[in-house]
Ligand binder design. Structure first.
Ligand SMILES: [Mg+2]
Length: 389
């Protein structure tokens, strides 16, 4: 059985605004065009749960929202801020699995099947991610844990906000049966009224009707709906990018509190990570320190870089600053350096495009890049040699 998580932030834009502006907390916050500046134009991009009590929801024309709740706090969206927080959330996901499929700025599927041996059962991983998001951003997420994507997505939505719903491996049919058919993917208003005309109200009704009759009712789409109704969904979680993170770590033969030894290990790991980044023509936007004490208590601390880098010295300086904040109450068992938010070495947006097109031009770019790397390795080696006593 696969272990799939669907994680969705609660009222994301509005929650970020409430987090950044404590005076907005507990109040109806509507993010979208300013209704006073352009009455009737634009729609609600997001609204807080307090605003929903007035009947406001996303995609509602902003003029209507204004009439429902004239005393609400109306804000224009700050996409770069939301993007920044989104990056922090995606970084949390990628600490638990490389198989992350973002669906939008604030939600993603994670396949954690391969993570359970090291990190414990999927529901525990889901709980840790939820707590970690809360700790790093102050925001709440709703989590669905299930054996496939469809079930996970339904589960995360069932108990919002701050939801946590687990569908057991053998519990799909029982979980789905009482839910209305509108919860099924692919059931729009038209299909819904056709199904209702057949007397089918719940997903359980659909499952009971059976595959053959549903195909007779609806055509080939009926088979697909029946699969979902009984909890069958084989679609894989597809990571949108082959390389999510580059990291190296070391477990010590004997646990240590020797700061100098730990710092020189961090330097070595930083250089190794940087060399791997350059080899893949990548730069990292975030640096992570991982530290595990002898009790197995593990900490990760992250630092965002203003400019993405493939430079070992820059990575080391960041990771060292993170390390200096630890008191080392216990001996250290493992230490690691990670990098995420990777972009192509030619700048953001190009990503892995360096190798994508063939021809004289790209091979020229490639050799230029190789030369630059050799240059940097050369400089690095000299620089490092001068550091030696
Ligand atoms: Mg959301």
């Amino acid at each position: 059985m696969r272990k799939i998580l669907h994680i969705d932030m609660d009222a994301f834009y509005a929650s970020v605004e409430q987090q950044d502006n404590p005076e907005f907390r507990g109040k109806p916050v509507i993010v979208g065009a300013d209704p006073r500046a352009g009455a009737g134009r634009g729609v609600v991009a997001a609204c807080s749960y307090e605003a929903r009590r007035f009947g406001i929801h996303s995609a509602l024309p902003i003029g209507q929202a204004w009439r429902l709740c004239p005393d609400g706090i109306y804000l224009r969206p700050r996409f770069s801020r939301y993007q920044e927080i989104s990056g922090q959330i995606m970084d949390v996901f990628r600490e638990y699995t490389d198989t992350v499929e973002p669906l939008s700025i604030d939600e993603a599927f994670l396949d954690v099947t391969g993570s359970t041996t090291l990190m414990g059962p999927a529901d525990r991983i889901g709980g840790k991610i939820k707590a970690e998001i809360r700790e790093r951003t102050g925001l709440t997420a709703s989590v669905g844990v299930a054996p496939n994507k469809f079930l996970a997505k339904v589960a995360s939505d069932l108990d919002k906000p701050d939801g946590f719903v687990v569908v057991p491996d053998d519990g799909a049919a029982a979980f789905l049966a009482p839910l209305p058919i509108s919860r099924l993917w692919g059931v729009g208003p038209r299909t819904e009224s056709r199904l209702r005309a057949l007397g089918l109200e719940t997903i359980g009704d659909l499952a009971t009707r059976g595959r053959d009759r549903l195909v007779a009712d609806l055509g080939s789409g009926g088979g697909h709906l029946w699969n979902l109704a009984v909890g069958i969904d084989d679609r894989p979680v597809i990571a949108n990018w082959a390389v999510k993170s580059v990291s190296n770590e070391t477990t010590f033969e004997r646990d240590t509190r020797d700061r100098d030894a730990l710092v020189s290990t961090l330097r070595r790991l930083s250089d190794q990570v940087a060399a791997r980044l350059r080899k893949k023509h990548l730069r990292a936007g975030t640096v992570t320190l991982k530290l595990r004490y002898s009790s197995f208590t593990t900490y990760t601390r992250q630092s965002g870089l203003r400019e993405p880098t493939g430079d070992g010295e820059i990575i080391f300086q960041r990771v060292r600053a993170l390390f200096d904040r630890f008191e080392l109450d216990e001996p250290v068992r493992l230490i690691g350096v990670g990098t995420t938010r990777l972009t192509g070495a030619d700048g953001p947006g190009t990503q892995l495009g360096l190798f994508a097109d063939s021809g004289a031009d790209s091979s020229g770019k490639l050799s230029d890049a190789m030369d630059r790397i050799h240059e940097r390795f050369g400089n690095r080696a000299l620089h490092r040699a001068s550091d030696l006593p």
